[in-house]
Write a protein that binds this ligand. Structure first.
Ligand code: AMP
Ligand code: ZN
Length: 429
């Protein structure tokens, strides 16, 4: 029932002792990284885990400022892997791993998979991006370590995806929720009944983007399977940070590897027990790149009640949103500022723009409305079309998604009274 019984069911007092030991080790290690060197970490006295509040925060911008090697706390020859956050903002946020880091990450993923009943006889089809993004390789290593037949299809290529699921009798799939819905649409349009086509399919792991309970139910009902929520972020390895157990009521966050705080995003003070706020995480077992008090900007709360599954690590509720303006489309992180920066650098583009997100079928669709400036005649159709095509190309290079670009005349986009409303998210999931 447990991959690592002792670690997963450790009594809370022992778990907290372990956290304290690991927190001290983490601070010691972190102080060797150029980024943390100036923070004088050795001067902080830590006598209990709650002393974490004395330590400085780390933000995505800090990681960018420390690019490329400012966060490294071991000699370079001990680093074996580098990953990066999805999406591309000028300077990416990179995360390095030692061999031990990869092993510990793999074990955490094994805990998650084992928890939902995945075993060595399973056929695991991994429909999530490989490469710099952590979702593919993270789950891949765990599934292989468990002994599953692991099929690295990655995302997309829906026809081949469905053929492999059928021919190799996939029992477990890892997929971003919007793509699972797209698979459902495709099957429906082909008149295929999932239970007939994939009689062995049992579970889906849904990760990388926010989704609702209704979306989970839609996926479960359509495929006739169980679906489990998987939360992670590249700064904290990737997948394997928090994962639903069979109770499907919150995600266990592995507290021997991650020290969690829930803070009010404005005051940065701890919220009351069980209250909602920003998830802030400190790594407890990372060697190559320990991170202190990382502001994930993800909003959630902690479930303090013990879980009937017997695991002592507390659970967080489904992520309800973000405290910043990051959008996630098809599993890719995009900030409005990336779009603004591209538009600002282009000739004939006016001051105002707006991003509209919609669901087309079950696919995310982005419309970018852009005002042209008065130097371009709105009757010069050829010039307008060429500008539109240019904007699409430049945006695709930056955000990896081709948006629909709609040009408007100067003043054509209503100006908000207060803060500009740059993003209208009309998506249904
Ligand atoms: P990345 O660093 O590219 O892996 O992106 C991590 C971000 O994806 C997180 O900070 C969350 O905002 C989002 N994310 C990942 N998994 C989930 C999930 N299960 N539910 C909601 N958001 C998620
Ligand atoms: Zn549980």
């Amino acid at each position: 029932m447990y991959w690592e019984r002792d670690s997963e069911t450790m009594p809370r007092d022992r778990l907290e002792e372990l956290q304290l030991t690991r927190l001290r080790e983490t601070i010691e290690r972190a102080s060797k990284a150029p980024f943390y060197e100036k923070a004088g970490l050795r001067d902080y006295s830590i006598s209990s885990v709650s002393d974490i509040t004395k330590l400085p925060f780390t933000t995505k911008q800090d990681l960018r400022d420390a690019y490329p090697y400012g966060m490294i706390s071991v000699p370079l020859e001990e680093v074996v892997r580098l990953h990066s956050s999805s999406g591309t903002t000028g300077i990416p946020t990179v995360v390095y791993h030692s061999r031990g880091d990869i092993q510990r990450w793999t074990e955490l993923v094994c805990r998650c998979l084992f928890m939902i009943g995945v075993r060595k006889h399973d056929v695991f089809q991994n429909m999530i991006g490989y490469g710099l993004f952590t979702g593919g390789l993270g789950l891949h290593y765990g599934a292989e370590r468990l002994g599953c037949l692991t099929i690295p299809t990655g995302p997309g290529n829906t026809k081949r995806q469905l053929k492999f699921m059928k021919d190799f009798k996939a029992t477990v799939i890892h997929v971003i929720p919007s793509y699972a819905l797209h698979l459902a649409d495709t099957l429906e349009s082909m008149g295929i009944v999932p239970k007939d086509e994939f009689p062995n399919l049992r579970s889906a792991i849904l990760g990388a983007e926010p989704h609702t309970e209704e979306t989970r139910e839609k996926i479960e009902n359509f495929f006739g399977i169980q679906a489990f929520n998987s939360y992670g972020l590249s700064e904290m390895n990737g997948p394997g940070v928090a994962f639903e157990c069979p109770e499907k009521n919150g995600m266990h966050i592995w507290e021997d590897a991650f020290l969690v705080e829930i803070l009010d995003p404005d005051t940065l003070k701890p919220v009351g027990t069980g209250e909602h706020g920003e998830l802030v995480i400190t790594t407890l077992s990372r060697e190559a790149m320990p991170i202190l008090r990382y502001r994930t900007k993800d909003l959630t709360s902690i479930i303090e009640d013990p879980c009937p599954c017997g695991r002592s690590h507390r659970k967080i509720v489904r992520i309800t949103g973000r405290s910043d303006d990051m959008m996630i489309l098809k599993g890719v992180n995009i900030f409005p500022m990336q779009i603004e920066a591209v538009l600002n650098g282009m000739k004939h583009v006016g001051r105002n723009y707006q991003i509209i997100l919609e669901s087309r079928g079950h696919n995310d669709h982005m419309i970018v409305k852009v005002e042209v400036d008065s130097s371009l005649s709105i009757e010069d159709y050829k010039a307008l079309e060429s500008l539109r095509a240019n904007i699409v190309r430049e945006l695709r290079d930056e955000i990896l998604i081709s948006p629909e670009v709609v040009l408007c005349e100067p003043g054509g986009i209503p100006v908000a009274q207060g803060k500009a409303v740059r993003v209208l998210d009309n998506r249904s999931i």
